[in-house]
Design a protein around this ligand. Structure first.
Ligand code: BMA
Length: 366
């Protein structure tokens, strides 16, 4: 039996059913959390893809107000949409019209809502620019940035405007629940909020400030908050900057496979080991803290391993209680920067096989 979410279009439903379909009870947030949990309980893992709808390998949505948003590299290769679609808010803080990867925020809103309406889920990350230097999220030239935006810092007022703009966007989605994953990969030192760029206390204050502003001041109660440090790291470090149970719903991690000069087999073995160490520990932490687990980002850039999905990713994750796994974006303008196959790519068949595994969940639309 294939465990896919089957969606009937509204017209079919109206024709076939006298009564409206039963909506699950609870707030949008509780329903989203409940869905993630039910996959875990059934031993299933949902699949996600970053920026799946605005663009793909060598294509992008041009006229987004008219575009039906049916195109997707994942759908073109498997017949199904990813269950989870990720978007990035980078650029919203300066009221830009497009995000850092050229996605208009209007398109992002439309695609997110359309995906949710189809029965899918949405997660937002955020690569905001550097509020102290004016550089990008990767500008690590100063270790004073986080200090400067916290209460009492010289950039605090400006930073609160950045939070306001991000909150305005999420609020504009209306009464739907989405996952929000701010200040990610915080144990590495490649973002201005990273490990060597601020103290643990400053990081926690930043996360809590964000949560408090969104939740208490703005009343954004539909957000599911994801904490997602980078891996691989020694597992005992995972909680070293944890903001606290009150501020987090989902425990994630970002771990990528890297080939480097290694063989395909060597790359697989290394990745499997890293995933195993990290998720063994995350599973125990999640049980202790009563949280759900996700694999917030992963992938192998350019997919040089054509069996990566069923012979590397799947065996690495299948025995862990991971609610969803998200692979990164298929850039429209950087030919080698992709993490999911597209029609004609040689690894297509393996991805299709992954999609049709019993315990992997895609979004099937009829
Ligand atoms: C990175 C790369 C960048 C991109 C950023 C935010 O991992 O994909 O090209 O700008 O994510 O999406």
């Amino acid at each position: 039996m294939r465990h896919k979410i089957l969606l009937l279009c509204a017209a079919l439903l109206a024709a076939a059913c006298a009564q409206a379909p039963q909506k699950p009870a609870g707030t949008p947030r509780a329903i989203l959390l409940g869905q993630l949990e039910s996959w875990v309980q059934k031993g299933q893992i949902a699949y996600g893809h970053q920026d799946d709808l605005p663009y793909g390998h060598a294509w992008r949505v041009e006229d987004w107000e008219r575009d039906p948003l049916e195109r997707s590299d994942v759908k073109a290769t498997t017949g199904c949409f990813p269950m989870m679609v990720g978007f990035d808010l980078g650029g919203i803080e300066l009221a830009d019209s497009c995000n850092l990867d050229g996605v208009p925020f209007g398109l992002m809103r439309k695609a997110a809502l359309k995906h949710i309406e189809r029965g899918g889920m949405v997660t937002f990350s955020w690569h905001p620019r550097n509020p102290l230097t004016g550089g990008d999220a990767w500008d690590i030239s100063s270790d004073q940035v986080v200090r400067s935006i916290l209460p009492g810092g010289e950039k605090h007022t400006e930073f609160m405007l950045w939070l306001q703009r991000a909150a305005d966007f999420l609020e504009s989605l209306g009464d739907v629940a989405v996952i929000f994953r701010p200040w990610h990969e915080n144990l590495g030192s490649w973002f201005w909020w990273g490990g060597r760029l601020c103290t643990a206390g400053q990081y926690q204050e930043l996360y809590r400030l964000t949560w408090l502003y969104f939740t208490k001041e703005r009343g954004l109660v539909n957000l599911v908050w994801c904490y997602s440090p980078n891996g691989p790291i020694p597992p005992q470090e995972y909680m070293s900057r944890y903001p606290g149970d009150e501020f987090v719903d989902l425990l994630g991690t970002d771990i990528y496979a890297y080939r480097g000069d290694d063989s395909i087999e060597g790359t697989r073995v290394r990745y499997a080991e890293q995933v195993k160490v990290m998720f063994t520990s995350l599973t125990a932490i999640a049980t202790e803290h009563k949280k759900l687990v996700c694999f917030s980002e992963t992938g192998l850039e350019g997919l040089p391993d054509t069996g990566w999905w069923t012979e590397c990713l799947y065996p690495a994750i299948k025995d862990f209680p991971i609610s969803y796994v998200l692979t990164w974006r298929n850039a429209h303008d950087k030919p080698g920067h992709f993490y999911a196959p597209w029609p004609g790519f040689e690894g297509e068949a393996d991805f299709d096989a992954f999609c049709h595994l019993e315990d992997i969940v895609f979004l099937e639309v009829e």
